[in-house]
Design a protein around this ligand. Sequence first.
Ligand SMILES: [Fe+2]
Ligand SMILES: [Fe+2]
Length: 307
Amino acid sequence: MLDDKMRNPFELLKLTRRKKIVPTKSFPDEEGKGSGEQQSSSKLEGWIIKLEQSVNVLLTDSVIKVLDAFYHDRSYARFFVLETIARVPYFAFMSVLHLYETFGWWRRADYLQVHFAESWNEMHHLLIMEELGGNAWWFDRFLAQHIATFYYFMTVFMYMISPRMAYHFSECVEKHAFETYDKFIKLQGDELKKLPAPEVAVKYYTGGDLYLFDEFQTARPPHSRRPKIENLYDVFLNIRDDEAEHCKTMKACQTHGSLRSPHSYIEDTSDDDSGCVAPQTDCEGIVDCMVKSVSSPDVDVKRVSRD
Ligand SMILES: [Fe+2]
Ligand SMILES: [Fe+2]
């Protein structure tokens, strides 16, 4: 007989990820304590992870300095730039994963589903900032789009070489987004409560099918978060909480092969699981993919999924 924890897949998920994800409110303060390092068994790998994370922190701090210089007194324009940049890594991850599928190296439906849902969520953050006027100035659009273009190609390259590093970099960006919105609602909370919520926010958070809204939040069960949007404060509160969920998902991704769609746990408990085939093989980064494609030519690539 299964005990209660085994019957509930999210209890099981919590147990298996307990050492890999720092849940809920706070993020790790010290670099080098991410889930990637915990899985490291060798000194060399630990050193490489530290180097990757140090480079990521340096890059993130550089972008933050640019944003601070241009946007210390224009919050909505800053958020517009931030959200334009924020979607880019998910586009880059999906591009590389599609390339690997084309070559027959890697096929994991969960990663594509979750990354698309993440980009969908970030797109709605961007739409909200546009409705608030954050994109009114030509210079802000110019800067955001050029940083985003550079960031896209950088993330594609980084993701091919080291998915763990690319996911950690994205975690740093999401962490910065969380802190930015957290600071904003603490400073402007009273004013925000008097202002109406943009229509796009009301529609996204409260209307229609929320499948994609649940899909990017891999650390919680579907239907467990249903925002109430009554004013602009609620909107920023939920954007901040979204960023925290992205952060958890990016942290989980640093443990190779661990990401699963939150909906897949529900599917697993249903009687009909005939459409799901467990992955037989996979690869981590372009070097690993190329080595495996040469050394295991008969590799079974029919390892997806949920169609
Ligand atoms: Fe965002
Ligand atoms: Fe984000």
